[in-house]
Every structure is written in structure tokens, then in C-alpha cells.
Design a protein around this ligand. Structure first.
Ligand code: ARG
Length: 459
């Protein structure tokens, strides 16, 4: 038969395929809590404004509470024929309370209804991500504090560059995650305007109070333009964009864990809780969680691109294309939360192999820059010349198959006669990292100061 919500102008029912392509109930049922909160705020406002009676409002409110209970108890029957969560709830409300249910939709459309529901959902998710990032940052911070002076190689091009401290490397991620957090907080501030009351697209002739519903739902204010209110999905795009950047950061550390936990590096040992074995190779301990976190960016960024592409060609205001916004955001949010939690578990559990880190830090001519700097400081060589002299010593050591500190003084002096015994003091990795005290540099003293700063910030 014709749809009971708009059956007035329809004679026939819809094709089964139409029902399948049209229905969003399979995924937008996740919005039930937001939908009921929005409806209760709307009904309260309608009654306060004298648009519906207090009795009708009371019936609607009690009915909505009952519907929420049924959904949470698992006794609610979701019907695809009713398309989406909004109409499923309203239809059930009508079964429970009868005629007053039909008054709930006064001065409202599904267009502003879905816009407010989805905003509320994304707002909650932004808060959840911020909380998750807080704990993840604390996990990195604990690693940084423990290893403020453990040396390890710093890389560029994944080639040994200069020695750095473990703590400094961990703090690099705290910085990234701190920016991620601020992106979610910032997006939340901008999205916190209430579209409810924009109705279908043009506003309404009923004397509604949009400030009241906005306040009741925890928004800072109502949105100012009804057309924009029902067609804007910036808030979802901002969430997805922030999620993509955050997932990219997680993916980079995941990649480092994959490399670091390999037998060739042995920089870290991952816990049994976040690794898997092999059914054929008994020695294996695979960093599956890290690999999956690395892969999550693929789908999160995919969701971001999908929603941009869905939105880009839509003339104002609402088009049904926009129904496809939710699955993208749900999937991205779920996987980001999972990735953050898994990363936190891995970071908490991982054990740095200090010996392997120290050996690696001292190899690969990692203190060549320190040698060049010493030539500048002690012999007043121009840096370019110091670079050249050091380069010839690196070539000499490489030919001999040894490291820079293994060259004798006479060999050193063959590259520059002014070199003295003192040079050996700067070739050690501990001295190297201790010397890098410039603001933001890797020195253990700096790391400790930054750990203290972040502890203060995270509380
Ligand atoms: N299920 C729809 C969505 O997610 C709700 C809005 C429907 N509005 C409409 N004019 N058909 O977008």
C-alpha cells in the first residue's frame, strides 16, 4: 500500500528494489538516541510555544521514552519499508500513543531532523576521539619519560642521520596527537549550532523558538540560515578530515613499529597481546595490530574522499545523495576509535631494546655532524670545509670497515692536521645527544622539560 507518512498523493506501493535502495534504517538506526533527544526537545518547545497542548506533549514524551526503552531492550522491530530511523520511531510512537504522534512533526521536516541528529552524533564522536587521544598521548608520554636519555638513531630517508633520544622520538608523536586533538576540538566548536527548526528548507510560519531547542540540545546557538542548515555537511567533512590526518599519524608510528620490531632492527619488543603467531613458522611474532592501524587510514581517507565526492555537485538544498553521508562517517569513526585504542595498547606494552638502540645509534657514522661541528668550533673551519674533511674521514672509515671513533689520531690528522685528541669526546652518542640543547632539540634535559610541559597540559 501507499506510505502512511505521505500516502495522500500516492496510489500504489513502491517496488522492492526501490525500497532496498531507499532504505537507510540498516545503518541510521545508530542515530536513535539523537533522534529521540531531538524529538523530545522539539515537542517541549512546541508545547511551550502553545503550538501543541501540554497533554499531547506529555503523551509524545512518554511514548518516545518507551520507544527508546524498546530499542535498547532489543524488542523494537526496525522496518525497511519505513526507510529510516526517523520514520521508524514516529510510526512506533503512533502505535503507542495514537493521534498525538502525528503532531510531533509540526514545524519540522526530516531534513532538519536528520541534520540535527547527525550533528549530535558527530559531536559525541569528536568528544570520544578527544578522550581517546588523551589516553594515547599519556601512553606516549610515559614512554618518553622512561627513555628521556636512551639513545637511538634518528633517520632521514630511513638512513642513519644523527643520534636522538627515545624520549624525543616519543614526544614527536605527542605533538602530532596534540594537534589532532585540537583539530577535533576546533571542528566541534564550529559544528555546535543547531539546524532544528529550519524545517524542510525555508523555515516555518509556526512561532517556534529555535534558541530554546538549541539550548536544550547543548548547542551554542541555532544556525542562522535555513537553506544552509539542511544542506550543510561541513561538520562531517571536518570530522573526516581531522580523522584522516590523525589516522595518518597513527599509520606512521605503526609503520615504525613494523620496522622496529623486525629481527633486523630489534628496536622494540611488542607484547603478546598485540601480536599474532604463524600457523606454519613457529618463530613468528607478527605486528598485526600495527599493520591494521596502518591500513585503517586507507578506509578513513576513502570515507573522506567519498563524502566530498557525494557533496560536491549538489545544488542547494537537500538531495537524497546526502543520505549516503552516514555510513562513511560511522565507518571512519569506528575504525579511528579502534585504531587509537589498539595503538594505546601497543605503546603501553612495548619494550624498547635499549642495547640494540644504543648499538644502532653509534653505527652508520651517526656522529659525523658532531665531528664537522667540532671542526667549526675548535679549528674555526668554515662549515662547508668541515663537511668536506668529515666526509673524507667517513670514506676512510668505510673503506677500513670501522666506525668514526675507531680511526686513529694520525688517520684523523691526515684529513686535517689541526685535529686533536679532543675530537673523540664529540664522537660518542651520549655526548652528541646531550649537546643538542637548542630549543626543541633532542637533549635529555629538553625531553624532560617537554615531558613536564605535556604532563601539565594533560593534567
Ligand atoms: N534518511 C534521510 C537521510 O538520511 C532523512 C532525510 C530524508 N529527507 C527527505 N527529504 N527525503 O538523509
Amino acid at each position: 500500500g501507499a506510505n502512511s507518512m505521505w500516502g495522500g498523493r500516492f496510489a500504489g506501493g513502491v517496488d522492492a528494489i526501490m525500497e532496498a535502495i531507499n532504505a537507510s534504517i540498516g545503518y541510521d538506526k545508530r542515530l536513535y538516541g539523537q533522534d529521540i533527544a531531538g524529538s523530545r526537545a522539539h515537542a517541549a518547545m512546541l508545547a511551550a510555544q502553545g503550538i501543541i497542548t501540554a497533554e499531547d506533549r506529555a503523551a509524545i514524551d512518554a511514548g518516545l521514552v518507551q520507544v527508546q526503552g524498546e530499542i535498547e531492550a532489543g524488542t523494537f522491530t526496525f522496518r525497511p519499508a519505513l526507510e529510516d530511523i526517523h520514520m521508524n520511531i514516529e510510526a512506533r510512537l503512533k502505535e503507542i500513543i495514537g493521534e498525538p504522534a502525528g503532531r510531533l512533526h509540526t514545524a519540522r521536516s526530516r531534513n532538519d531532523q536528520v541534520a540535527v541528529d547527525f550533528r549530535l552524533w558527530v559531536r559525541d564522536q569528536a568528544d570520544a576521539v578527544v578522550t581517546g587521544l588523551d589516553s594515547l598521548m599519556r601512553a606516549f608520554l610515559a614512554q618518553a619519560e622512561a627513555g628521556a636519555d636512551w639513545v637511538m638513531p634518528g633517520f632521514t630517508h630511513l638512513q642513519t642521520a644523527q643520534p636522538v633520544t627515545w624520549g624525543h622520538h616519543m614526544l614527536a608523536y605527542v605533538e602530532m596527537l596534540g594537534r589532532d586533538k585540537s583539530r577535533f576540538e576546533d571542528a566541534r566548536r564550529r559544528m555546535n549550532e543547531c539546524p532544528l527548526g529550519a524545517a524542510a528548507l525555508a523555515g516555518t510560519s509556526f512561532p517556534i523558538d529555535r534558541h530554546a531547542t538549541a539550548a536544550a540540545l547543548g548547542f551554542d546557538r541555532p544556525t542562522a540560515n535555513s537553506l544552509d542548515s539542511v544542506s550543510d555537511r561541513d561538520f562531517a567533512l571536518e570530522f573526516l578530515s581531522a580523522a584522516s590526518i590523525c589516522a595518518m599519524h597513527l599509520s606512521r608510528f605503526a609503520e615504525e613499529l613494523v620496522i622496529w620490531s623486525s629481527a633486523q632492527f630489534r628496536f622494540v619488543r611488542l607484547s603478546d597481546a598485540f601480536t599474532t603467531g604463524s600457523s606454519i613458522m613457529p618463530q613468528k611474532k607478527n605486528p598485526d595490530a600495527a599493520e591494521l592501524i596502518r591500513a585503517k587510514l586507507g578506509r578513513i581517507l576513502g570515507a573522506t574522499v567519498a563524502l566530498f565526492t557525494i557533496m560536491k555537485g549538489l545544488a542547494l538544498t537537500y538531495s537524497k545523495d546526502m543520505q549516503e553521508d552516514k555510513e562513511q562517517v560511522f565507518d571512519a569513526a569506528d575504525n579511528l576509535m579502534l585504531g587509537i585504542a589498539a595503538m594505546e595498547g601497543m605503546v603501553k606494552d612495548m619494550t624498547a631494546n635499549q642495547d640494540a638502540l644504543a648499538v644502532a645509534a653509534a653505527s652508520g657514522f651517526s656522529t659525523a655532524t658532531d665531528l664537522a661541528d667540532w671542526l667549526v668550533r675548535s679549528l674555526n673551519l668554515p662549515f662547508r670545509e668541515a663537511h668536506h674533511v668529515t666526509g673524507s674521514l667517513v670514506a676512510m672509515a668505510e673503506k677500513k670497515g670501522c666506525d668514526l671513533p675507531d680511526l686513529g689520531l694520525a688517520e684523523m690528522q691526515s684529513a686535517h692536521s689541526g685535529i686533536t685528541e679532543e675530537v673523540y669526546s664529540v664522537l660518542g652518542v651520549d655526548n652528541s645527544v646531550r649537546s643538542r640543547v637548542s630549543y626543541g632539540g633532542t637533549a635529555p634535559a629538553n625531553v624532560r622539560a617537554q615531558v613536564a610541559r605535556w604532563k601539565e597540559i594533560l593534567g
